[in-house]
Design a protein around this ligand. Structure first.
Ligand SMILES: C[S@@+](CC[C@H](N)C(=O)[O-])C[C@H]1O[C@@H](n2cnc3c(N)ncnc32)[C@H](O)[C@@H]1O
Ligand code: SF4
Ligand code: SF4
Length: 364
């Protein structure tokens, strides 16, 4: 199995910053919504970084930038609008997408974005104060001001709604509000994050900053709102396979290759995808430790993936992508396997099934 070469990459997923105004409990930027992840460097990419990393000639051949990321929110980054202006100016045909909690910045920011980006996806998981149960520290009024400023300026918006027990009763009302406000799409999203190291957790504890449980998140009660891949993964034992065995044996179909996409982290490091970019674990994690161990095999360590020091082609065509990641897919070499690849791109595809309706029969 092969990974792409640099000339086959057309899309870039970027984390503009590792900072965020919110504290969503299942996001690794905090420890379950409480204290900040102690391993996370707080850092961001500037316009000057972008101009150096993606010179105009490079932008001519790229097709898409997606501003999303693992640990932060583009609305907090200082240079979000200047960076989008630069991209738009240098390649008017680029698709530019941005995913955000929407709770911040002024109307001028959202109106400027509306003129520059193809789509903004607002992550809003409930109506009024219900949204704050997952989107901790956000404000419904600020989100609605952002949405209205963006739509009034002619922007195209989608609404992503993560469904939980506490917000499943509002799905119909939220979909109606999305249509009334002028969202182009309303996407119900079935989280796969109730699976922690292979164990299905029915109740996910949300922690207070000082420690102690504040409350619990629960799976939605309607089976149609549950992730069918999650259901299959959490019942592997019924067919006599452990979660670890599955991760090491499953056939990998790399989504980065399928999507012709790379991931640039807020610290300026290049990975094939956001899942391999998740190296700053909030709690000790086997997946993150394996990726860090692969990086440690490089003579220069993490610096070898730094897009401030190397070109896109040097990194993609170098040993991390071409050897260490590909080795992570080989079922006959268990020591080199990457659990993150088995988890995200194995035969049970919990990621894609987030958007699929119906729990359906368990996967093979
Ligand atoms: C780290 S966020 C970065 C973008 C932005 N800060 C946001 O939250 O929309 C990346 C993606 O993870 C999603 N996400 C957060 N918590 C999730 C969960 N429990 N299950 C599935 N996706 C989740 C976000 O909605 C977003 O689409
Ligand atoms: S808004 Fe996005 S980056 Fe911020 S805490 Fe929530 S999921 Fe994480
Ligand atoms: S997790 Fe592994 S297999 Fe999946 S997209 Fe990333 S590099 Fe490819």
């Amino acid at each position: 199995m092969r990974i792409y070469s640099a000339s086959q990459v057309y899309r870039v997923h970027v984390e503009l910053t590792t900072r965020c105004n919110a504290a969503c409990p299942m996001c690794p930027r905090t420890r379950a919504g409480g204290e900040q992840n102690p391993n996370l460097p707080l850092t961001e990419l500037t316009l000057a970084d972008f101009q150096a990393m993606f010179p105009p000639a490079q932008l001519q051949r790229l097709k898409q930038f997606l501003f999303c990321g693992n640990y932060g929110d583009a609305l907090v980054a200082r240079d979000t609008v200047p960076i989008c202006e630069y991209l738009r100016r240098e390649n008017p045909k680029l698709r530019i997408k941005l995913v955000t909690n929407g709770s911040g910045r002024d109307a001028a920011f959202w109106a400027a974005l509306a003129k520059l980006v193809t789509t903004v996806t607002f992550s809003i998981d409930g109506l009024y104060e219900v949204n704050q149960i997952y989107r901790r520290r956000t404000s419904w009024d600020r989100i609605m001001s952002s949405v209205q400023a963006f739509l009034a300026a002619g922007g195209r918006a989608e609404w992503d709604y993560l469904v939980f027990r506490h917000n499943e009763h509002q799905v119909t009302e939220a979909a109606a509000l999305a249509a009334q406000l002028g969202f182009a799409k309303f996407n119900l999203k079935r989280s796969q994050r109730f699976l922690v190291e292979g164990q299905a957790v029915e109740r996910f504890p949300v922690l207070k900053v000082g420690g102690g449980v504040a409350y619990y998140l629960e799976l939605p009660s309607q089976p149609d709102y549950q992730n069918s891949g999650f259901v299959s993964l959490s019942s592997l034992h019924k067919r006599g396979q452990s979660y670890r065995d599955y991760l090491h044996a499953t056939r990998i179909s790399c989504k980065a290759v399928r999507d012709e996409q790379v991931y640039l982290s807020g610290s300026g490091h290049l990975f094939p995808c956001c899942w391999l970019g998740q190296i700053y674990d909030s709690w000790p994690s086997v997946m993150a430790a394996e990726i860090r161990a692969r990086i440690a095999e490089l003579p220069d360590g993490l610096a070898a993936l730094d897009l401030r020091q190397h070109s896109l082609a040097e990194i993609i065509d170098g040993p991390f992508f071409q050897q260490l990641v590909v080795r992570g897919w080989n079922p006959s070499e268990p020591q080199g396997r990457l659990s993150a690849c088995g988890r995200m791109c194995g035969e049970i595809d919990t990621h894609s099934r987030q958007w699929e309706s119906g729990s359906g029969p368990p996967s093979p």
